[in-house]
Design a protein around this ligand. Structure first.
Ligand code: SF4
Length: 394
């Protein structure tokens, strides 16, 4: 629905919408989301996967002219493409928008369709994330099928979410259990994706989806054997809302697109509260300095008392020189804020803290791959850290 009058900031509207509809059920939330002026222009984004038919059916009952966005990555199963046609027709959906990756990008990045083998994140990024972001430009909000029972960051899902202050994400099924989904499909005699019966409870692109054995997690067949469990189209639940600041080269992705930064502390993910720029070590008047991984921290010896923030770059998680820089800065007497920035992984959090870092800055792509729970598992790092326990025992 078009917005009337001036538009309040996304964050404000999300709070109000959650307050207003907190005690409503899934169908009521969806119905209101499709008509509430505070939500604005809205689309359903559907993968036409194993459980997608629930929301598609609900939308068709409430308003079958609702725009439905379907990302054809051009790597999908034939069965999914056919299911999309069949379900759309059966439900009478009149505005299904099939979006595909930019052909120029396909030519440039994945001419042979094999990028998923060497760099699945880059593949998902241009085939899914960027394609969707372009398609969502005319919309103020979008509907997703995510649910709390799916765990991870989804465990605290609200009906309405702030997506990076850009638009609202609506999750009508947030509070549904697995059984609710199954019951809804049975009660409404909805057609199932044909691959479900063949052992695929979660369905994505063909090369990245395998059958799931009995007893396995239902997403176990997605990117099997790889350190990846999300495609990246969902930002991180409203927390990392800072787009790379001016001078923040580390927040630029390899493709030159801006990504968002996530600050990891002992308390988990946080919004970056540092609003200033980072200068090079040669700028004497700067309050915050960014050091490259091959920098000599000696250059800052005379200034350790005047700097509020030093960030040290980690170009690769295999490059440990930043840990040494941090130790040397602390030995020089620097007691300001010290940040590890770039390719640091959750397993290195204890080492980063031990070396003297206060926090880690990662980008949203890594945060999707290594969600907050993985970092929080290392938050109580001193309890598990051999050297800390040794010191405590002395
Ligand atoms: S799921 Fe696989 S094939 Fe599909 S976009 Fe991601 S990496 Fe590429």
């Amino acid at each position: 629905m078009p917005l009337e009058g001036p538009l309040a900031p996304v964050a404000e509207r999300v709070v109000q919408l959650n307050d207003r509809y907190r005690h409503h059920g899934a169908t009521a939330v969806l119905e209101r989301a499709l008509s509430d002026a505070q939500v604005g222009q809205i689309a359903l984004v559907s993968s036409f996967g194993a459980e997608s038919v629930v929301l598609l059916h609900m939308v068709s009952v409430i308003d079958r002219t609702t725009p439905v966005v379907f990302i054809d990555t051009q790597m999908l199963f034939e069965e999914t493409l056919q299911y999309q046609v069949d379900v759309s027709e059966k439900l009478g959906l009149t505005d299904v928008r099939i979006i595909r990756p930019d052909p120029e990008q396909v030519k440039r990045l994945d001419r042979f369709g094999a990028l998923h083998l060497s760099d699945p994140d880059a593949c998902c990024d241009f085939r899914k994330t960027q394609t969707l972001q372009t398609a969502l430009k005319p919309f103020d909000a979008w509907i997703t099928g995510r649910k709390r029972f799916q765990g991870g960051k989804r465990a605290a899902l609200e009906f309405f979410e702030n997506e990076a202050d850009l638009r609202i994400k609506v999750n009508p099924l947030a509070h549904w259990a697995k059984d609710d989904v199954q019951e809804y499909m049975i009660n409404n005699r909805l057609p199932r994706h044909p691959l479900v019966a063949q052992g695929y409870p979660s369905i994505g692109c063909k090369p990245c989806t395998s059958r799931v054995a009995e007893g396995e997690d239902e997403r176990a067949g997605r990117w099997r054997g790889q350190n990846k469990d999300e495609c990246g189209i969902h930002f991180i639940n409203g927390k990392p809302v800072r787009i790379g600041a001016e001078g923040n080269e580390a927040a630029e992705s390899a493709a030159g697109e801006e990504t968002m930064s996530v600050i990891v502390t002992d308390n988990g993910f946080a919004v970056d509260d540092w609003n200033g720029n980072f200068a090079g070590p040669e700028e004497d008047a700067a309050e915050a300095v960014l050091l490259a991984s091959d920098a000599d921290p000696e250059v800052l010896r005379e200034r350790v008392g005047s700097l509020s923030m030093i960030a040290v770059e980690f170009p690769s998680f295999a490059d440990g020189r930043g840990f040494t820089i941090a130790r040397r800065l602390r030995l020089m007497g620097y007691d300001g804020r010290l940040r590890a920035r770039g390719h640091v992984i959750a397993d290195q959090y204890a080492m980063a803290r031990r070396a003297g870092f206060d926090e880690v800055e990662i980008d949203s792509v890594l945060a999707e791959r290594q969600p907050e729970a993985q970092w929080l598992a290392r938050a109580n790092w001193q309890a598990h850290d051999y050297q800390s326990r040794l010191r405590a025992a002395v």
